[in-house]
Every structure is written in structure tokens, then in C-alpha cells.
Design a protein around this ligand. Structure first.
Ligand code: DGJ
Length: 466
């Protein structure tokens, strides 16, 4: 008894201490299991990414090569008279961006090479099917493609790609002394292609308005960044675009509709989405057929995202403010393995600046900023998005996780001579530095845009979804 009691006592004592220890042990074990689980889960995702990556390696190796670029420019000549130099002192060192924008500079002609180097069907040979970011790109008639601030649509009905963009083939001028360079509205051009390299001009599918000054599309207004999506329910092609007045104070979106991808489009109306100012914008059609608009608002200080109505002709009632206070524009949206990605630019008019990649689990946010997606080239190329500004990201149907990043290299001294910078974009490359609050694990797969002077799509890129 005594022994038992003693034993009981001592066992009771032990039991108390033991229970503390066993609680501790249980919690430690649970913690350990949780850590192992999360680690395995993250690793599993990594593994999946690696598998997807390996799967792609065969096809996309060339596109994912990190290509370094070096350029050396002699400093610009000071063309001022010795008296002016004496009076005003030596000129401030010019930044490369200022040089890039100066039509008379060596830097400018480097980034806007002459027609002699144009990408042309007629020349073909070794250059056939190769993209040369920044070179003039000619259509099947031998004319420079005019589809700026554009976007692509793959039309299942005709198994054809359509490229819609601003026709800027007019005179560049300044409406006021201090206003940005502009070209009058000519209209939205459309080009068609089966291979993304050979483009046939389908003409102006939404023309500007010559005489009616109260029309949104009157030539003295602004029409930018047209994008088209197809609505399966109504069997209509719907175009959304940024509509503005000459001073960018109307800050609205316009909507147009067509029965065919090749137009013509009928202009319906403009509006301020959710009663907010809206400048750079894009639309995005999700896998389930729901479509969304994303636009820079509140004087470009934030972006807004909200669903469109079922017919894609209007905004549904609600929106979310995202990247508040970040001052981003030129949004381009894409999706991979259930995650939404966005590339944006800073706000510096026609001058290039550094792109940022963002990711979210829901298109309505919250959106996290990951950093610059630009890889290769050199520091200057990366910090200027290769001297360009994004306009669209095209998923390559046969290569999940691989996209084409489409950007405009604006030429504000001659806007019609702005160039196209198309580069491969992949998801799942080497991860960015982990964010502090991710406890050491990078939360999002890395978005990479690879610099290439010359590149092509790999064999088999057109294969159906694997
Ligand atoms: C930057 C925008 O992204 C372009 O679409 C255009 O609006 C220019 N600003 C005008 O300065």
C-alpha cells in the first residue's frame, strides 16, 4: 500500500511534471511536424517548379540564357560656344536616359537603328523567325508595323493571332509648350499572324474621328493601349482602351465591340470606371471566362482592379485598390498555376524606367511586389526595362510557364518610329531574395524577362497544352 501510495504520490508528482513534459513534447512534436509539413509543402512546390522547369529546359534553354551586353558611348559633345560655356559653366553630365531621348545622340541611334537593319520577310535568310528587340519590324507588305501600346488575342475560331495597337503614323508635336509629345488619333490597327513573326496588316479596325469634335475618338483626343478579348457567351470581340483629352484630364476608358476579330469595331462609349480617374489600363480574361479591368487611378498613385460584367461591356459594381501609393502604370497581367502575376512600370511619361513584378493568389489582391523581373543585359538595360515599357504578356500555349513580354520602346521625338521589344518571360527561374515576412522562404516563383539581342521561339512552341 505504502509502496503503492508512495509510488502513486511519486507517480502523481511525476505525472504532473511528466504531463508538463509530455505537453511540451507533444507541442514540440506538433511544431516539428508542422515545420516538416510546411518545408515539404514548399519543397513539393519547388519540386513541381523544378519538374516544370526541367520539362521546359529542352524547349526553352536558348530563351533562358543570360545574355550580357556591354556598350560604350563617348560622352556627348558640348556644342555650345566657348562664351556660353564660360557664362553657364560646364554642362551637367548627361544621363543615359536623357541621351536616349535626344534624337541627335549616338545613344539614340543605337537604340533606334535605321531601316537598313529592319526585320523583314523579304530578307528572311538567317534572320527568319528571329526577334530583334528595337529593330524596325516590317509587315508582309514591307511597311513598319504600327501597333503601339498593343495587345495580342489568340482567336480559337480562326486559329490566328491578332495584334491590336495604336496607329501612330502621324506627325509628332506638342499641343502646349509643356505637354507631352503626341500624335493625333488615327485609330486602332490590327495585324494577323499564325507564327507571331509574320504579320499581315488587317487595317484600321477602329478609326479615329476627323470632324465631330465632341466624339471621344476625335483626332485631337487620346486613344491608348487598346486590348481585345473574346466573349464566348455573346460571341463578340470586345475592345477596351484608355480614352483621354489632349491634357489627360478626361482619364476614362472606352469600349468597342465587333462580331469578328478582324473588326470593324463599333465604338460604344467611354466612362470613368467605378467613378474613378483611369489612365494606363489593361483587361484580363481568366480561365473561367470572368474578365477584369486593371487601371492606374488616383492620379496614377495606385491601381484599381475589378470584374467586368458578363458581356464584358461594363464594369461590375466593385473594385479593389491595389499597390496604393506605389505610382505604377502600364499594367500587364498573366496567370500561371493558379497564381496571378503583373508587370508594371513607373510613371515617367515616355521615358523608360524600371519594371516591377507583382504576384497575388487572388486577382483582387492583396498583391505583393517581388522586384525587377529583368535578367541579363547590363545594369542600365535592366533598370530601364531594356529601354521600354510593358504593354502585354502573351502565354505560349505549347509551353506552360513561358510567355512573351511585349513592350514599347517609345521615341518621343518621333512617336511613329517607336519600336517593339519582345522578350521571353518565364516563371519559376532562380528565386528572388526572400521577403522578410516569408520567414526565409521565397513565397512566389520568380518572374524573369531575359534580355536577348536576337532570339527565336523554340521548335514545338505551337503544340497544344501538354
Ligand atoms: C506613359 C503611358 O504608359 C503611355 O501609354 C502614355 O500615356 C505616355 N505615358 C504619355 O506620356
Amino acid at each position: 500500500m505504502r509502496i503503492r501510495n508512495k509510488h502513486r504520490k511519486s507517480s502523481a508528482f511525476h505525472c504532473n511534471a511528466g504531463s508538463r513534459w509530455s505537453y511540451l513534447a507533444i507541442w514540440s512534436l506538433t511544431g516539428f511536424i508542422l515545420i516538416v509539413y510546411f518545408y515539404a509543402h514548399i519543397h513539393q512546390n519547388d519540386k513541381q517548379d523544378i519538374l516544370v522547369h526541367l520539362n521546359h529546359l529542352v524547349d526553352t534553354r536558348e530563351m533562358e540564357k543570360v545574355e550580357r551586353e556591354e556598350f560604350h558611348f563617348s560622352p556627348p559633345k558640348d556644342r555650345r560656344s566657348p562664351r556660353a560655356v564660360k557664362r553657364k559653366g560646364p554642362r551637367k553630365p548627361s544621363t543615359i536616359i536623357r541621351e536616349f531621348l535626344d534624337a541627335s545622340s549616338q545613344v539614340h541611334s543605337f537604340f533606334f537603328p535605321s531601316k537598313k537593319t529592319a526585320i523583314s520577310l523579304i530578307k528572311e535568310g538567317n534572320d527568319s523567325m528571329h526577334f530583334y528587340p528595337g529593330r524596325l519590324w516590317l509587315d508582309t507588305d514591307g511597311n513598319p508595323i504600327q501597333a503601339h501600346g498593343g495587345g495580342l488575342l489568340y482567336d480559337d475560331n480562326t486559329e490566328t493571332y491578332y495584334w491590336y495597337g495604336e496607329n501612330k503614323d502621324g506627325r509628332t508635336y506638342h499641343a502646349h509648350q509643356k505637354s507631352a509629345a503626341r500624335v493625333d488619333i488615327i485609330g486602332v490597327n490590327c495585324y494577323s499572324s499564325k507564327d507571331l513573326w509574320t504579320w499581315t496588316n488587317e487595317g484600321i479596325v477602329l478609326p479615329g474621328e476627323e470632324t465631330n469634335v465632341s466624339h471621344d475618338l476625335h483626332k485631337f483626343n487620346v486613344l491608348e493601349r487598346p486590348k481585345v478579348i473574346y466573349n464566348g457567351k455573346t460571341d463578340k470581340y470586345v475592345m477596351w482602351m484608355h480614352i483621354d483629352d489632349v491634357n489627360y484630364t478626361k482619364a476614362s476608358v472606352g469600349v468597342a465591340v465587333s462580331d469578328s476579330a478582324r473588326g470593324p469595331f463599333t465604338y460604344l462609349y467611354s466612362m470613368r470606371p467605378h467613378s474613378c480617374d483611369s489612365r494606363d489600363m489593361t483587361i484580363f480574361k481568366d480561365d473561367n471566362g470572368e474578365a477584369y479591368i486593371i487601371y492606374s487611378s488616383n492620379d496614377n498613385s495606385e491601381l484599381h482592379v475589378g470584374p467586368l460584367t458578363d458581356d464584358y461591356l461594363n464594369v461590375a459594381g466593385f473594385m479593389r485598390r491595389i499597390l496604393v501609393g506605389r505610382h505604377r502604370e502600364a499594367p500587364t497581367l498573366f496567370k500561371h498555376q493558379g497564381i496571378y502575376y503583373m508587370i508594371t512600370s513607373g510613371c515617367s511619361g515616355w521615358a523608360p524606367n524600371k519594371a516591377l513584378a507583382h504576384a497575388a493568389e487572388s486577382i483582387m489582391g492583396p498583391w505583393e511586389t517581388m522586384g525587377s523581373p529583368c535578367v541579363g543585359g547590363n545594369r542600365v538595360l535592366r533598370s530601364t526595362t531594356f529601354f521600354a515599357q510593358g504593354t502585354f504578356v502573351l502565354p505560349l500555349r505549347g509551353l506552360p510557364g513561358t510567355f512573351i513580354f511585349m513592350a514599347d520602346r517609345w521615341n518621343p521625338s518621333e512617336l511613329k518610329d517607336s519600336r517593339y521589344v519582345w522578350l521571353p518571360l518565364t516563371i519559376g527561374g532562380l528565386a528572388d531574395e526572400p521577403l522578410d515576412y516569408n520567414f526565409g522562404f521565397p513565397h512566389w516563383p520568380k518572374v524573369s524577362i531575359y534580355w536577348h539581342r536576337r532570339w527565336r521561339l523554340p521548335e514545338g512552341w505551337r503544340n497544344e497544352e501538354r
